[in-house]
Design a protein around this ligand. Sequence first.
Ligand SMILES: C[S@@+](CC[C@H](N)C(=O)[O-])C[C@H]1O[C@@H](n2cnc3c(N)ncnc32)[C@H](O)[C@@H]1O
Length: 256
Amino acid sequence: MRHLYLIGIGTGNPEHMTVQGINALNAVDVVFIPDKGEAKTGLADVRREICARYLTRQDTPLIAYDVPVRQTADRSYTQGVDAWHADIAAVYEQMLTDNMAEDGSAALLVWGDPGLYDSTIRILQRVLARGNVAVDYSVIPGITSIQALTASHRIPLNLVGKPVEITTGRRLAASFPALVGTAVVMLDGEQAFAKIEDPDAFIYWGAYLGTDDEILLSGRLADVAPTIAATRAAARARHGWIMDIYLLRKGQDFDD
Ligand SMILES: C[S@@+](CC[C@H](N)C(=O)[O-])C[C@H]1O[C@@H](n2cnc3c(N)ncnc32)[C@H](O)[C@@H]1O
């Protein structure tokens, strides 16, 4: 049966690759690289750099595939994502059928860790459910943007004995700080931190983590929120895109 390795590649620094990931990369017949839409962000370049650095057989085929664009018009968020995943599943199915022998192996390089705010696993499960192509798969964990953020800021993720919520900008206001003392916010296009009015909250923000362009800012939220918003806007304009993440904290170790 075909075997697909979903390899977590970390978040921009090729040195985030684990030995397990490198070994899997070197065990496969072909490597799939998402290209479309990622060209402008340099994300495809990181994947190519990883292949150039770590592939011991430089003749391993790298096959680029187009990622369909999510349609948002006339549909709810959930409907849009569902239809988008169906489109990607169709691309995967074709790609696996066309480029893998029935007993062949391939790698798909997944940003960060495949289990965190990434749908590669669930889209592959759709492909399996369709039943048109026989494929087994393994997941190789990767360094997440959360780990990259806390490591760069040199902080622990959690307060002693306290929970952490991982959420999106859309949902932040529903939980922080009323329900959780630590929230990690990903996929925030609306800068939801700017709407949190809490004088005691602290923020640790990072953009382009792991890359040469990494930016870090931290401080009392009320003091640094305007600086983060301005820095984010300027960086986004300069690069044409941005990937950022932040941790909001209220409270201290041993404060209860
Ligand atoms: C679709 S999610 C993918 C997360 C990824 N699977 C992981 O393990 O981190 C994309 C979000 O992750 C965060 N992210 C990923 N890479 C990042 C980086 N290098 N710097 C800052 N944030 C990053 C951003 O919040 C971005 O909106």
